[in-house]
Design a protein around this ligand. Structure first.
Ligand code: NAI
Ligand code: A1CAB
Length: 266
Protein backbone atom coordinates (compact mmCIF):
# COMPACT_ATOMS: atom_id res chain seq x y z
CA UNK A 1 0.00 0.00 0.00
CA UNK A 2 1.46 3.35 -1.06
CA UNK A 3 0.18 6.19 1.11
CA UNK A 4 0.72 9.96 0.79
CA UNK A 5 0.00 12.31 3.66
CA UNK A 6 -0.56 15.73 2.17
CA UNK A 7 -0.01 18.25 4.97
CA UNK A 8 2.25 16.58 7.51
CA UNK A 9 1.46 18.86 10.45
CA UNK A 10 0.15 17.86 13.87
CA UNK A 11 -2.45 15.35 12.68
CA UNK A 12 -0.65 14.31 9.50
CA UNK A 13 2.48 13.40 11.42
CA UNK A 14 0.47 11.55 14.05
CA UNK A 15 -1.02 9.46 11.23
CA UNK A 16 2.46 8.93 9.77
CA UNK A 17 3.73 7.65 13.12
CA UNK A 18 0.71 5.34 13.42
CA UNK A 19 1.34 3.96 9.95
CA UNK A 20 5.01 3.37 10.71
CA UNK A 21 4.20 1.73 14.05
CA UNK A 22 1.69 -0.63 12.42
CA UNK A 23 3.77 -1.32 9.29
CA UNK A 24 0.75 0.00 7.41
CA UNK A 25 2.45 1.10 4.18
CA UNK A 26 4.99 -0.28 1.77
CA UNK A 27 5.83 3.29 0.75
CA UNK A 28 4.86 6.59 2.35
CA UNK A 29 5.14 10.18 1.14
CA UNK A 30 4.95 13.06 3.62
CA UNK A 31 4.42 16.55 2.21
CA UNK A 32 4.55 19.98 3.79
CA UNK A 33 5.42 23.47 2.60
CA UNK A 34 8.55 23.65 4.76
CA UNK A 35 10.01 20.20 5.39
CA UNK A 36 13.07 20.99 7.50
CA UNK A 37 11.52 19.76 10.74
CA UNK A 38 10.24 16.46 9.26
CA UNK A 39 13.22 15.46 7.11
CA UNK A 40 14.32 13.00 9.80
CA UNK A 41 11.37 10.76 8.83
CA UNK A 42 13.44 9.69 5.82
CA UNK A 43 15.54 7.57 8.18
CA UNK A 44 12.69 5.08 7.80
CA UNK A 45 13.67 3.59 4.44
CA UNK A 46 10.18 3.59 2.95
CA UNK A 47 9.43 7.28 3.66
CA UNK A 48 9.94 10.18 1.23
CA UNK A 49 9.62 13.72 2.58
CA UNK A 50 8.93 16.39 -0.03
CA UNK A 51 7.32 19.76 -0.72
CA UNK A 52 6.10 18.36 -4.04
CA UNK A 53 2.47 17.26 -3.62
CA UNK A 54 2.28 16.23 -7.27
CA UNK A 55 5.15 13.75 -6.92
CA UNK A 56 3.44 12.29 -3.84
CA UNK A 57 0.09 11.93 -5.61
CA UNK A 58 1.59 10.34 -8.71
CA UNK A 59 3.40 7.71 -6.64
CA UNK A 60 0.66 6.77 -4.16
CA UNK A 61 -2.66 4.90 -4.09
CA UNK A 62 -4.09 6.28 -0.85
CA UNK A 63 -4.01 10.05 -0.35
CA UNK A 64 -4.65 11.42 3.14
CA UNK A 65 -5.31 15.15 3.15
CA UNK A 66 -4.50 16.83 6.48
CA UNK A 67 -4.12 20.55 5.74
CA UNK A 68 -6.05 23.27 7.54
CA UNK A 69 -9.58 23.91 6.23
CA UNK A 70 -8.58 27.20 4.56
CA UNK A 71 -6.03 25.45 2.32
CA UNK A 72 -7.97 22.44 1.04
CA UNK A 73 -9.93 24.00 -1.84
CA UNK A 74 -6.84 25.41 -3.54
CA UNK A 75 -4.91 22.22 -2.92
CA UNK A 76 -7.58 20.02 -4.53
CA UNK A 77 -7.84 22.43 -7.45
CA UNK A 78 -4.05 22.24 -7.98
CA UNK A 79 -4.02 18.42 -7.85
CA UNK A 80 -7.28 17.74 -9.66
CA UNK A 81 -5.74 16.71 -12.99
CA UNK A 82 -3.51 14.12 -11.31
CA UNK A 83 -6.24 12.45 -9.29
CA UNK A 84 -7.48 9.22 -10.89
CA UNK A 85 -10.48 7.00 -10.29
CA UNK A 86 -8.16 4.50 -8.59
CA UNK A 87 -6.93 6.86 -5.91
CA UNK A 88 -8.59 6.58 -2.53
CA UNK A 89 -8.87 10.18 -1.36
CA UNK A 90 -9.20 10.46 2.41
CA UNK A 91 -9.88 13.88 3.92
CA UNK A 92 -9.43 14.69 7.60
CA UNK A 93 -10.48 18.30 7.09
CA UNK A 94 -12.87 19.66 9.71
CA UNK A 95 -16.16 21.00 8.36
CA UNK A 96 -15.30 20.32 4.72
CA UNK A 97 -18.10 18.30 3.14
CA UNK A 98 -17.96 15.57 0.53
CA UNK A 99 -20.17 17.81 -1.61
CA UNK A 100 -17.52 20.55 -1.56
CA UNK A 101 -14.86 18.04 -2.59
CA UNK A 102 -17.08 16.70 -5.38
CA UNK A 103 -17.73 20.25 -6.59
CA UNK A 104 -13.99 20.51 -7.27
CA UNK A 105 -13.13 16.93 -8.27
CA UNK A 106 -16.39 15.55 -9.66
CA UNK A 107 -18.26 12.47 -8.46
CA UNK A 108 -16.05 9.84 -10.14
CA UNK A 109 -13.48 9.69 -7.35
CA UNK A 110 -13.34 7.54 -4.24
CA UNK A 111 -13.81 10.21 -1.59
CA UNK A 112 -13.72 9.31 2.07
CA UNK A 113 -14.07 11.69 4.99
CA UNK A 114 -12.35 10.56 8.16
CA UNK A 115 -12.05 12.00 11.62
CA UNK A 116 -9.11 10.42 13.46
CA UNK A 117 -7.41 11.89 16.52
CA UNK A 118 -3.78 12.36 17.52
CA UNK A 119 -3.79 9.08 19.49
CA UNK A 120 -3.45 7.48 16.06
CA UNK A 121 0.32 7.93 16.57
CA UNK A 122 0.19 5.24 19.29
CA UNK A 123 -2.41 3.04 17.59
CA UNK A 124 -5.30 4.25 19.76
CA UNK A 125 -7.37 6.56 17.56
CA UNK A 126 -11.14 6.57 17.57
CA UNK A 127 -11.75 7.29 13.88
CA UNK A 128 -15.14 8.02 12.30
CA UNK A 129 -15.51 7.62 8.54
CA UNK A 130 -18.03 8.11 5.73
CA UNK A 131 -17.80 8.05 1.94
CA UNK A 132 -19.31 9.45 -1.23
CA UNK A 133 -21.25 7.20 -3.63
CA UNK A 134 -18.17 5.86 -5.41
CA UNK A 135 -16.03 5.73 -2.26
CA UNK A 136 -18.47 3.32 -0.54
CA UNK A 137 -16.68 0.50 -2.37
CA UNK A 138 -13.46 1.54 -0.66
CA UNK A 139 -14.83 2.14 2.82
CA UNK A 140 -13.83 -1.34 4.04
CA UNK A 141 -10.28 -0.60 2.91
CA UNK A 142 -10.34 2.72 4.78
CA UNK A 143 -11.70 0.99 7.88
CA UNK A 144 -8.94 -1.60 7.65
CA UNK A 145 -6.34 1.17 7.47
CA UNK A 146 -7.74 2.97 10.52
CA UNK A 147 -8.43 -0.23 12.49
CA UNK A 148 -4.71 -0.99 12.40
CA UNK A 149 -4.27 2.27 14.30
CA UNK A 150 -7.16 2.05 16.75
CA UNK A 151 -10.90 1.69 16.39
CA UNK A 152 -13.13 2.95 13.57
CA UNK A 153 -16.84 3.55 13.08
CA UNK A 154 -18.72 4.26 9.86
CA UNK A 155 -21.22 7.08 10.41
CA UNK A 156 -23.52 9.20 8.22
CA UNK A 157 -21.80 12.35 7.02
CA UNK A 158 -24.30 14.50 8.91
CA UNK A 159 -22.72 13.26 12.18
CA UNK A 160 -19.16 14.13 11.15
CA UNK A 161 -19.21 17.52 12.87
CA UNK A 162 -20.27 15.97 16.18
CA UNK A 163 -17.67 13.22 15.76
CA UNK A 164 -15.02 15.90 15.30
CA UNK A 165 -15.83 17.37 18.70
CA UNK A 166 -16.20 14.09 20.59
CA UNK A 167 -13.28 12.18 19.07
CA UNK A 168 -10.78 14.69 17.68
CA UNK A 169 -11.18 17.63 20.08
CA UNK A 170 -12.02 15.00 22.69
CA UNK A 171 -8.33 14.18 23.09
CA UNK A 172 -7.75 17.71 24.41
CA UNK A 173 -10.78 17.51 26.70
CA UNK A 174 -9.61 14.26 28.27
CA UNK A 175 -6.05 15.61 28.59
CA UNK A 176 -7.39 18.55 30.59
CA UNK A 177 -9.27 16.18 32.90
CA UNK A 178 -6.12 14.14 33.40
CA UNK A 179 -4.14 17.31 34.11
CA UNK A 180 -6.70 18.51 36.66
CA UNK A 181 -6.58 15.12 38.39
CA UNK A 182 -2.80 15.38 38.41
CA UNK A 183 -2.99 18.81 40.06
CA UNK A 184 -5.30 17.35 42.70
CA UNK A 185 -2.91 14.47 43.33
CA UNK A 186 -0.02 16.90 43.78
CA UNK A 187 -2.05 18.88 46.30
CA UNK A 188 -2.61 15.61 48.17
CA UNK A 189 1.12 14.95 48.38
CA UNK A 190 2.35 13.10 45.29
CA UNK A 191 5.20 14.52 43.26
CA UNK A 192 4.29 15.70 39.79
CA UNK A 193 5.58 12.65 37.91
CA UNK A 194 3.90 10.16 40.21
CA UNK A 195 0.71 12.23 40.17
CA UNK A 196 0.51 12.06 36.37
CA UNK A 197 1.24 8.33 36.39
CA UNK A 198 -1.64 7.76 38.82
CA UNK A 199 -4.01 9.96 36.80
CA UNK A 200 -3.30 8.51 33.36
CA UNK A 201 -3.37 4.85 34.35
CA UNK A 202 -6.59 5.36 36.32
CA UNK A 203 -8.10 7.03 33.23
CA UNK A 204 -6.90 4.13 31.08
CA UNK A 205 -8.44 1.68 33.57
CA UNK A 206 -11.81 3.47 33.55
CA UNK A 207 -12.03 3.39 29.74
CA UNK A 208 -10.72 -0.20 29.69
CA UNK A 209 -13.45 -1.31 32.13
CA UNK A 210 -16.21 0.08 29.90
CA UNK A 211 -14.67 -1.24 26.68
CA UNK A 212 -14.22 -4.75 28.12
CA UNK A 213 -17.58 -4.98 29.91
CA UNK A 214 -19.84 -2.89 27.67
CA UNK A 215 -21.33 -1.53 30.90
CA UNK A 216 -22.85 1.92 31.40
CA UNK A 217 -20.53 4.23 33.38
CA UNK A 218 -23.07 4.56 36.23
CA UNK A 219 -22.98 0.78 36.75
CA UNK A 220 -19.23 1.00 37.34
CA UNK A 221 -19.67 4.15 39.46
CA UNK A 222 -22.14 2.27 41.68
CA UNK A 223 -19.42 -0.30 42.42
CA UNK A 224 -17.06 2.43 43.63
CA UNK A 225 -19.38 4.67 45.62
CA UNK A 226 -19.52 3.14 49.10
CA UNK A 227 -22.57 4.57 50.93
CA UNK A 228 -21.53 7.63 52.96
CA UNK A 229 -18.06 7.11 51.51
CA UNK A 230 -15.47 9.44 50.07
CA UNK A 231 -16.21 8.78 46.37
CA UNK A 232 -19.83 9.93 46.40
CA UNK A 233 -18.79 12.91 48.55
CA UNK A 234 -16.23 13.93 45.93
CA UNK A 235 -18.48 13.22 42.93
CA UNK A 236 -21.39 15.21 44.33
CA UNK A 237 -19.10 18.13 45.13
CA UNK A 238 -17.83 18.07 41.52
CA UNK A 239 -21.41 18.03 40.22
CA UNK A 240 -22.41 20.92 42.53
CA UNK A 241 -19.70 22.87 40.69
CA UNK A 242 -21.05 21.79 37.31
CA UNK A 243 -18.67 19.02 36.16
CA UNK A 244 -21.05 17.23 33.76
CA UNK A 245 -22.79 20.45 32.80
CA UNK A 246 -19.56 22.29 31.93
CA UNK A 247 -18.33 19.35 29.85
CA UNK A 248 -21.59 19.23 27.90
CA UNK A 249 -21.56 23.00 27.41
CA UNK A 250 -17.96 22.86 26.18
CA UNK A 251 -18.84 20.09 23.72
CA UNK A 252 -21.74 22.15 22.34
CA UNK A 253 -19.58 25.32 22.13
CA UNK A 254 -16.98 23.38 20.17
CA UNK A 255 -19.67 22.06 17.80
CA UNK A 256 -21.06 25.59 17.31
CA UNK A 257 -17.58 26.89 16.46
CA UNK A 258 -17.35 24.42 13.55
CA UNK A 259 -20.76 25.63 12.29
CA UNK A 260 -19.40 29.18 12.43
CA UNK A 261 -16.33 28.49 10.34
CA UNK A 262 -18.29 26.35 7.89
CA UNK A 263 -20.42 29.47 7.24
CA UNK A 264 -17.28 31.64 6.85
CA UNK A 265 -15.81 29.13 4.37
CA UNK A 266 -18.86 28.91 2.11
N1 NAI B 1 -4.93 18.35 15.06
C1 NAI B 1 -5.87 17.44 15.28
O1 NAI B 1 -5.91 16.79 16.32
C2 NAI B 1 -6.92 17.19 14.24
C3 NAI B 1 -7.02 17.94 13.09
N2 NAI B 1 -7.98 17.66 12.17
C4 NAI B 1 -8.03 18.40 10.91
O2 NAI B 1 -6.84 18.05 10.20
C5 NAI B 1 -6.34 19.16 9.49
C6 NAI B 1 -4.91 19.47 9.91
O3 NAI B 1 -4.91 19.89 11.26
P1 NAI B 1 -3.54 20.09 12.03
O4 NAI B 1 -2.65 18.94 11.76
O5 NAI B 1 -3.90 20.41 13.41
O6 NAI B 1 -2.96 21.39 11.29
P2 NAI B 1 -1.42 21.79 11.10
O7 NAI B 1 -1.40 23.23 10.80
O8 NAI B 1 -0.62 21.30 12.25
O9 NAI B 1 -0.99 20.95 9.81
C7 NAI B 1 -1.31 21.30 8.52
C8 NAI B 1 -0.08 21.15 7.68
O10 NAI B 1 -0.40 21.33 6.31
C9 NAI B 1 0.70 21.96 5.69
N3 NAI B 1 0.24 22.55 4.43
C10 NAI B 1 -0.48 23.68 4.22
N4 NAI B 1 -0.68 23.88 2.90
C11 NAI B 1 -0.09 22.83 2.27
C12 NAI B 1 0.06 22.46 0.92
N5 NAI B 1 -0.46 23.21 -0.06
N6 NAI B 1 0.73 21.33 0.64
C13 NAI B 1 1.24 20.55 1.61
N7 NAI B 1 1.15 20.86 2.91
C14 NAI B 1 0.50 21.98 3.24
C15 NAI B 1 1.17 22.98 6.70
O11 NAI B 1 2.50 23.34 6.44
C16 NAI B 1 1.02 22.19 8.00
O12 NAI B 1 2.21 21.49 8.31
C17 NAI B 1 -7.31 20.30 9.77
O13 NAI B 1 -8.20 20.40 8.69
C18 NAI B 1 -8.00 19.90 11.04
O14 NAI B 1 -9.29 20.42 11.10
C19 NAI B 1 -8.85 16.62 12.33
C20 NAI B 1 -8.80 15.84 13.44
C21 NAI B 1 -7.85 16.07 14.50
O1 A1CAB C 1 -9.31 22.29 16.82
C1 A1CAB C 1 -9.56 22.02 15.64
O2 A1CAB C 1 -10.19 22.83 14.93
C2 A1CAB C 1 -9.11 20.71 15.04
C3 A1CAB C 1 -10.27 19.86 14.64
C4 A1CAB C 1 -10.40 18.83 15.71
C5 A1CAB C 1 -9.13 18.87 16.40
N1 A1CAB C 1 -8.42 19.90 16.01
Amino acid sequence: MKIAIIGAGNLGLSIAKGILKSNGATKMYLTKRNITDIEHFEKYGNVTVTTDNKEAVKNSDILIFAVQPLHIAQLLTDLKDLLTENHVIISTITGYSIEKMENILGKDHNIIRSMPNTAISVGKSMTCICANGKGKKRIELAKAIFNRMGHSMEIPEVQMQAATVICASGIAFWMRLIRATTQGAIQLGFDAKEAQELAMHTCDGAAGLLIASGNHPEEEIDKVTTPMGCTIQGLNEMEHHGLSSSLIQGIVASFDKISEFKKDNQ
